[in-house]
Write a protein that binds this ligand. Structure first.
Ligand code: KIV
Ligand code: ZN
Length: 519
């Protein structure tokens, strides 16, 4: 049976990143883009360049470095947005400008206050303007699933005539149901005269939990591009989860008659990276990438599984890159062994990054006997995601004492960029509170901790704890992460990580409002 190749358009760095609390810095976005390229997605939507100078720079950096995938930038149907996307994508091998404009009645009347013919004119003008910069134009009629079908057909025909190569049908508010959405795609195929000149794409949100089902129904009806995100992150309830779509297509290949070029073994590493950098944990029972997705607990299931795997397993966990975390290195391992392991894990470090990771590795190897791949990955990630200009404070030392029934006390020493040391001591309701209070005395900031979680990175009592916390100050919310065998110390690292990000954001906000930064 011949299979149709679907285009996988990943929007983790745009729709995924734009959801509250998921914001990523430039280095983090680049790190995710590298993993998406290793996963072999066809298109990486790297951001919305006109949205902010930071977004513009991220798209430009990704377009400059990443090869093997088209790089897309989002733009409203406005010349300034389109020109900004074109400029950010200048260095891409295969750039795509993704233009969107609302078409549904509720959006036309209340959001845009434009009539149907004004919408058609704006859409076609925008596509024609985009064509001056780039041949690969995608057009999205926002809220397509709630748009009057006759008008939707008219818009699609007009933008294809103007030069759009992909027409994306967004279910912007997650309102569609599979049968109806599949029928909409069939109707587009049979009512839009020039539809064979463009690829039909779909972009589904998960408000009713049907984003993946709607996307797959659309594939059955003839859609040939799917827009999705890693772990299904995205606005509100999220977007269609890439790993679910890809594995459904692979596992039920004959049913769908379609496949992708995704290297599925990269799914798990990519899912872990996105979860770790956004601080959005993957629920235990989430399809494909949840901790329990391949765990067999009940006696009956275990018995069947041991006799023949496919009694209870429809996919091979190795196909998604799920391997037992290997015991890798120890205290006596040298720099070359560490460097080789890091390369095997798919990372390239500069000499100075490697030196820092090696230093951290030796400290960790003193604290914990067995080092697993996850331990090495957390050291690499810490290094890879540090913004050079982001570190105002570093933790030099944390001392904390507590005893049942007594008030904990913490002393913290921080160093500044010029190596100046600052120290403070404080009490708190618990040891973490005491550490944060001592840090607040030094920084002079008053931060509210709104979320705090600790996860074990590996196994055993000496496993490293990864602390993920969220902090609000000056109306800005930031995510902080810290890893360590001692979770109180890791909490201090995470809190300082959040404060450094906060100070960086406040500084760049100021530059933006002064009109100094950006394109
Ligand atoms: O959900 C949506 O409609 C979008 C468009 C910009 C494609 O994200
Ligand atoms: Zn969306």
């Amino acid at each position: 049976m011949s299979l149709e190749r679907l285009v996988i358009f990943d929007t983790t760095l745009r729709d995924g990143e734009q959801c509250p609390g998921a914001s990523l810095n430039r280095k983090e976005k680049l790190e995710i883009a590298r993993k998406l390229a290793a996963l072999k997605v066809d298109v990486i939507e790297a951001g919305f360049p006109a949205a902010s100078p930071g977004d513009f720079d991220s798209v430009r950096e990704i377009a400059h470095e990443i090869r093997g995938a088209s790089i897309a930038g989002l733009a409203r149907a406005l010349e300034k947005d389109i020109a900004s996307a074109a400029q950010a994508l200048e260095k891409a091998d295969s750039p795509r400008i993704h233009i969107f404009l609302s078409t549904s009645k509720v959006h036309r009347d209340h959001k845009l206050q434009k009539n149907k013919s004004e919408i058609i004119k704006m859409a076609t003008d925008a596509v024609q303007f985009g064509k001056k910069f780039c041949d690969d134009i995608e057009f999205s009629p926002e809220d397509a699933s709630r748009t009057e079908q006759d008008f939707l057909f008219e818009v699609i025909e007009a933008v294809i005539e103007a030069g759009a190569k992909t027409v994306n049908i967004p279910d912007t508010v997650g309102y569609a149901v599979p049968d109806e959405f599949g029928e909409l795609i069939s109707n587009i195929k049979s009512n839009v005269k020039n539809i064979n000149k463009a690829i039909i794409s779909v972009h589904c949100h998960n408000d009713l939990g049907m984003a993946v089902a709607n996307s797959l129904a659309a594939v059955k009806a003839g859609a040939r591009q799917i827009e999705c995100t890693i772990n299904g992150i995205g606005e509100r309830a999220g977007n269609a989860a890439m790993e679910e779509i890809v594995m459904a297509l692979k596992t039920r290949r004959n049913f769908f008659g379609a496949d992708t070029r995704i290297d599925t073994k990269q799914i798990m590493p990519c899912s872990k990276l996105v979860s770790s950098l956004t601080g959005f944990f993957v629920q235990r029972n989430k399809a494909i990438v949840g901790k329990n997705a391949f765990a067999h607990e009940s006696g009956v299931h275990q018995d069947g599984f041991l006799k023949k795997k496919n009694t209870y397993e429809i996919m091979n966990p190795k196909d998604i890159g799920l391997e037992e975390s290997e015991l890798v290195l120890g205290k006596h391992s040298g720099r070359n062994a560490l460097s080789k392991k890091i390369e095997d894990l798919g990372y390239k470090l500069t000499e100075s990054e490697l030196s820092q990771v090696f230093k951290d590795f030796k400290i960790l190897a003193d604290e914990k006997k067995d080092l697993f791949e996850e331990d090495i990955l957390s050291l690499v990630q810490k290094q890879k995601t540090l913004e050079d200009d982001l570190t105002t404070y570093k933790v030099k030392n944390i001392k904390c004492s507590f005893e049942s029934g007594k008030t904990p006390e913490a002393s913290v020493t921080l160093t500044m960029k010029d190596n100046e040391k600052k120290e403070a001591t404080a009490n708190g309701d618990g040891p973490v509170d005491a550490v944060c209070n001592a840090i607040d005395i030094i920084t002079g900031l008053s931060c509210k901790l709104i979320d705090y979680q600790v996860m074990s990175k590996t196994k055993g009592r000496d496993a490293q704890g990864e602390v993920t916390l969220r902090v609000i100050s000056n109306n800005r919310e930031v995510l902080g992460k810290g890893v360590g065998v001692n979770t109180i110390e890791a909490s201090g690292f995470a809190y300082i990580n959040a404060i450094n990000k906060l100070l960086f954001k406040l500084k760049t906000d100021k530059l933006e409002s002064d009109g100094i930064a950006g394109p």
